[in-house]
Design a protein. Structure first.
Length: 448
């Protein structure tokens, strides 16, 4: 039995690494180099992402686990060396970015994301209402970003530095934190390579899709989600509440999964943690969004929603040289399928159909996972199921999103990296036959 469990762990870990590599290959190699078409690349990316979450559940199903204890300093010299190399690499990239940022100024004509964020930050610092419509570019534009999407960039305005330093700094902190936590990974091999996997994921992105780092702030969102995965392995309700609120106040991706999060903690008798996390998140959402912004203009929500519709319509009618919507045919989502099908619907009709499909599937997969957990909660650790279910949900949500921008999929990829590092910290223990003492059943546990 012990050999069977060890083989299951070994095979599962191999599959997790395989699907993680496939995910990166689909994002940065297969489609970009013409190896796979839009449809095939999107399908392979979808299934590699989904199977990562499913295999994670399989790996820890019906086994007992415990968080590994730290090892003596001598046995961790390689790990500390790897972490030092990662920090050194981040510093070297920082020097490279310093030159890059100074030679590549932000222009609204290239992307309006960071210029709009800068305007919102300056308004806040000048005592103006940040969410008022923007007319600085010669036309009316909604300032529709959520607070934790733009507010951290007030640091850049105060220090008079390039806003992109905030993005890079936030991701670096999350990466170093995740790397340090990898010291507790039981496997010497994984303990050594985990920090390099984290750094390599960023380096591959930089090498293959630099505009994501140059023109968007999505790596900040990636940092939030990486820390979110860390928080799921913590007992602190305050910590979870803070990072959940940051995720909710940056993008709405998390919303439909939150009931499952609450359900998992409730049925596993982690109710104090649930209540503390919920209260913390509510206080932060009220303090950073509802009271200072929504209470002054409740129309922000409606206008933001309509802005997303308008942006989607633009992308669905923005054709490339092959007469196809450029952002839909990048091999990263299923929007292309809805575009090429349903001839009886116009463009807006197809977008609305995709939106409804995304809503239904996201809610449905959450409900199905909740039902499965209700019947199997005694056979899988709730923390493992939490991070696995989040990966599965996020995959469904993003692949049915109305415009599958590459930078959105990069967030999901960093979630994969964070999950892989965090799940590797757990050590499987072998359950021995229980000894009955009176009315109690006492298991004899030995380490695998």
């Amino acid at each position: 039995m012990e050999n069977g469990i060890k083989n299951k762990q070994l095979i599962s870990t191999g599959l997790l690494i395989t699907f993680m590599l496939l995910e990166n290959a689909c994002l940065y190699c297969f489609f970009n180099n013409g190896i796979l078409s839009t449809g095939k690349n999107a399908l392979l990316l979808f299934f590699s992402s989904m199977l990562f979450g499913i295999v994670l559940i399989y790996k820890f199903y019906n086994v007992a686990i415990q968080d590994a204890a730290p090892r003596p300093f001598k046995s961790n010299i390689i790990s500390y060396t790897m972490i030092l190399l990662v920090i050194t690499g981040l510093v070297m990239l920082g020097f490279q970015y310093d030159t890059f940022f100074r030679t590549h100024k932000l222009e609204h004509s290239s992307s309006d994301i960071i210029p709009v964020i800068q305007i919102m930050c300056r308004r806040l610092l000048n005592g103006q209402f940040p969410a008022s419509p923007i007319t600085d570019f010669g036309f009316r534009q909604e300032a529709n970003y959520l607070p934790m999407h733009w507010m951290p960039y007030t640091i850049a305005e105060l220090l008079r530095i390039d806003s992109r330093w905030v993005t890079y700094g936030a991701w670096s902190i999350a990466a170093i934190w995740l790397s340090i936590r990898s010291i507790k990974i039981p496997s010497p091999t994984l303990r050594a390579i985990a920090p390099l996997i984290i750094f390599a994921s960023y380096y591959v992105l930089q090498s293959n899709n630099l505009p994501i780092l140059e023109l968007t702030v999505e790596i900040l969102i990636s940092a939030y989600y990486m820390v979110l995965i860390i928080s799921f392995n913590q007992k602190s309700g305050i910590f979870q509440g803070i990072i959940i609120s940051f995720c909710l106040l940056s993008r709405y991706s998390l919303v439909f999964w939150m009931p499952l999060y609450c359900f998992i903690l409730f049925v596993t008798n982690n109710r104090k943690q649930l209540y503390v996390a919920t209260i913390t998140a509510i206080i932060i959402v009220l303090g950073l969004y509802v009271i200072p912004f929504l209470s002054k203009d409740w129309g922000i929500l409606y206008r933001s929603y309509k802005t997303y519709d308008a942006a989607a319509y633009f992308e669905w009618t923005h054709l490339n040289k092959d007469k196809q919507p450029m952002q839909l045919f990048q091999g990263t989502g299923f929007a292309y399928y809805f575009y090429t099908r349903f001839p009886n619907l116009d463009i807006m009709g197809k977008i609305k159909l995709l939106q409804r499909t995304d809503l239904i599937c996201s809610v449905l997969v959450t409900i199905l996972m909740g039902i499965w957990f209700w019947f199997k909660k005694d056979k899988i650790n709730y923390k493992i199921f939490m991070i696995a279910s989040f990966k599965i949900y996020l995959t469904v949500f993003l692949f049915l999103i109305q415009v599958p921008y590459g930078y959105l999929m990069c967030v999901a990829n960093f979630v994969t990296i964070a999950i892989f590092c965090e799940q590797a910290r757990y050590r499987v223990v072998i359950k021995a036959p229980e000894v009955k003492v009176g009315d109690l059943k006492i298991p004899i546990i030995s380490r695998a």
